[in-house]
Design a protein around this ligand. Sequence first.
Ligand code: PMP
Length: 405
Amino acid sequence: MALFDKYAALIGQFASLEATGYNPFNVSFDTVLSPTEAMIGARRILLFGTNNYLGLTYDRAVIEAAAEATQRLGAGTTGSRVANGSYGTHRQLERHLADFYGRKHGMVFSTGYQANLGILSALAGKDDHLILDADSHASIYDGSRLGHAQVTRFRHNDPADLDNRLRRLADTPGDKIIVVEGIYSMLGDTAPLREFVEVKRKWGAYLVIDEAHSLGVLGRTGRGLAEAAGVEADVDFVVGTFSKSLGGIGGFCVSDMDGFDILRVASRPYMFTASLPPSVVAAVTEALNQLRHRPALRQQLLDNARRFHAGLADLGFNIGPEASPVVSAIMPDPATAFTFWSKLLEAGLYTNVSLPPATPKGLALLRSSVSAAHSRSQIDHAVQLFAETGRAMGLIGDQAAAPPE
Ligand code: PMP
């Protein structure tokens, strides 16, 4: 038996995609022109499948900060935060994050994935219980395994089910740690956080929220869903990423928990990996500054999200009820999702195909995401391409794609 025989099913699926000439997992952009446009070969593509919510990847000040930091501090740190890889700028970014969230402590990781790995594996030891929303991101599941904790799942966004699970665990030893997300990345829905907080209080559990997709998007000052729901005081740990609204890479956790800094020597995904390079730290620090001081970006994002959401809803696509920057059209099956995706790309529009196991409930999704950097005409053009393609494929009726006013 050959080493990769265990992947026979996956290899088959991949080969059949390659045969179509369009493999969504193999797209690469040859040139990126702006947060909303790129080139694939000689073709100009409109980007509606990034996580560049505030469009900060091309912000002048962000780029200049990265360039200046590279000149001043070099291209990389060549080491871990607990060895030679802690620079003053890492500490400064941690202070900025803690300050932004009004928390005592902040810790920066090399990716958002590692932030979940590092926090969940270190918070929950083998006798503790992690209670996860069933639709949690892979990094939350993987982090839960890494610490050997007992893992319980509750039905997505269902406070009554969470309550039941905690009741059943009431007599077991160990801490109970609930993990939810702000905006869920696949369907763009948000957690019923107030109800979760009531359950958390009732059972004396801890609450971790991953604000990966809601930082810079929700809340009066952009801190995320906990701020929007008015329950920040009941959230014990906020985890997030720099790779979406902040346009960089890296992850973080902030908290008021006394003794937080022990995580720096208890969290293996923090300790045993190289720290973020100076360019990224500087770019993210400046992007955070922009996020804080340019609330108009968030307003623009929400206006754009509403326009795009309404456009697809009016056409009759099966999308979620909430106007969030993530807008996913539910497709009847994976093959239709692939065909739709490839036709859109041929027409010059890039979106994401999302399939199980990455999607909830086995759904095949055509996921789009909106940026503050999209213009009205780009949004209307994207809606128009959805209309033409959807009609040609018989997925929607003949309604006109009238732009919302
Ligand atoms: N948490 C959630 C909810 C996510 O959606 C993602 C990325 N899609 C991550 C964590 C990981 O973040 P990163 O890609 O920055 O490592």
